[in-house]
Design a protein around this ligand. Structure first.
Ligand code: GLA
Length: 388
């Protein structure tokens, strides 16, 4: 999907952190770029390849510049950027608003303009900006404003991915500070409880997402299957296929950037089917990037047991409708069409398409009822059909 302008759609790509943490090097990054092209990720819309923390030396050089670790990146960052660009992809890197990154490497505090220029000179297209080691006396909003300004004036078009874990009421100020996406949650882990917790924490955040500044629910764990060298992310590692599918559907319906976190060189068929589901991606990448609204199905015990319906109004007038059952046990979830704005009197109907099964379900009037297994979801695209 062609970006009209940087940050217009929720960014899509891959990030090294979830699986590899410190164990990164240029061969790995190049292989990910190759896989993006050869296995269809690029065609599906994935674009950015992002190196997270642990890429630099522990000290700046005598001129105060960040230095890429020559053991991990012997050819240097410019050469790596060139390689990624030669594949028609974009290159992302990572720094931090504090004095150090979360893993203890130099942060950009008080070096914002210098580092932004450095990233630009390497050919960086995306900067993830973390929140560790922020001097307590400094205001986070000011530091994000500073880096946003530095990037905008770096001479290169660089997407700004703010990462302050949803703290300090970030949704109130991050769009005007200049970020294109911002973490609206804490760090994800490769387990179902984490996915459920992050999704539930976003229910009141929908009004804040939109073109040029997207709510970021953190990187995807789809396909990781417990394979992380990070103790935090990998604790109680792994999800079922159904849970990974629901995770991806939630991130798509909620408009989050889609940053893959698994080792895509080893992705199995189900992982690819989930990550490259074109119907889910089309909902995520809809031009109007509207936040979802939530319908809590009656009766009350259905809602209490973890069932809800997310609805997203799409640019062409269709509705994306997601029936989610995050609870235990199979449930029937009813949808009344008047809750979507359809009028009972004039009797408009909905033509429904199942985005996972890839099949037309038919035309329905008044209501629709689905049975959703535990931890699963049903994602439909509805087209309004006049009653004549
Ligand atoms: C924080 C971020 C993560 C990752 C690590 C790197 O925890 O939220 O996404 O970037 O730092 O150390």
């Amino acid at each position: 999907m062609e970006n009209i302008k940087t940050g217009f759609h929720p960014p899509m790509g891959w990030n090294s952190w979830n699986t590899f943490t410190w164990d990164i090097n240029e061969d790995l990054i190049k292989q990910v770029a190759d896989v993006f092209v050869e296995e269809g990720y690029k065609d599906a819309g994935y674009e950015y390849i992002v190196i997270d923390d642990c890429w630099s030396l522990k000290q700046r050089d005598e001129n105060g510049n960040l230095v890429a670790d020559p053991e991990k990146f012997p050819s240097g960052m410019k050469a790596l950027a060139d390689y990624i660009h030669s594949k028609g992809l974009k290159f992302g890197m990572y720094s931090c608003a504090g004095t150090h990154t979360c893993a203890g490497y130099p942060g950009s505090f008080e070096y914002e303009f210098q580092d932004a220029k450095q990233f630009a000179s390497w050919g960086v297209d995306y900067l993830k900006y973390d929140y560790c080691y922020k001097p307590r006396a400094m205001d986070g909003e000011l530091l994000y404003r500073r880096m946003a300004l530095a990037l905008k004036n770096s001479g290169r078009d660089i997407l700004f991915s703010a990462c302050n874990w949803g703290e300090d009421h970030v949704h109130d100020w991050i769009r005007s500070a200049g970020a294109h996406m911002y973490r609206s949650t804490g760090d994800i882990q490769d387990n179902w409880d984490s996915i459920k917790r992050l999704a539930n924490s976003q229910m009141d955040k929908a009004p804040f997402t939109g073109n040029f500044c997207h709510n970021d629910m953190d990187m995807l764990v789809v396909g990781m299957r417990g394979g992380s060298n990070n103790d935090f992310i990998g604790t109680i590692g792994g999800c079922t296929d159904t849970e990974y599918k629901t995770h991806f559907a939630l991130w798509c319906m909620m408009g989050s950037p889609l940053m893959i976190g698994c080792d895509i060189r080893k992705a199995d068929a189900m992982t690819k089917r989930i990550l490259m589901n074109k119907n889910f991606i089309a909902i995520n990448q809809d031009d109007e990037a509207r936040g979802f609204y939530v319908l809590h199905p009656e009766p009350q015990w259905l809602t209490d047991s973890g069932c809800f319906i997310l609805v997203k109004v799409l640019a062409d007038g269709d509705l994306a409708i997601g029936f989610f059952n995050l609870g235990e046990g199979q449930r029937g979830i009813p949808l009344q069409f008047w809750d979507l704005g359809l009028s009972t009197a004039s009797g408009e109907m909905l033509s429904l398409y199942d985005c996972w099964e890839e099949k037309e379900l038919g035309v329905f009037k008044g209501q629709y009822h689905v049975v959703v297994p535990s931890h699963d979801c049903v994602i439909l695209r509805g087209k309004i059909v006049p009653n004549d």
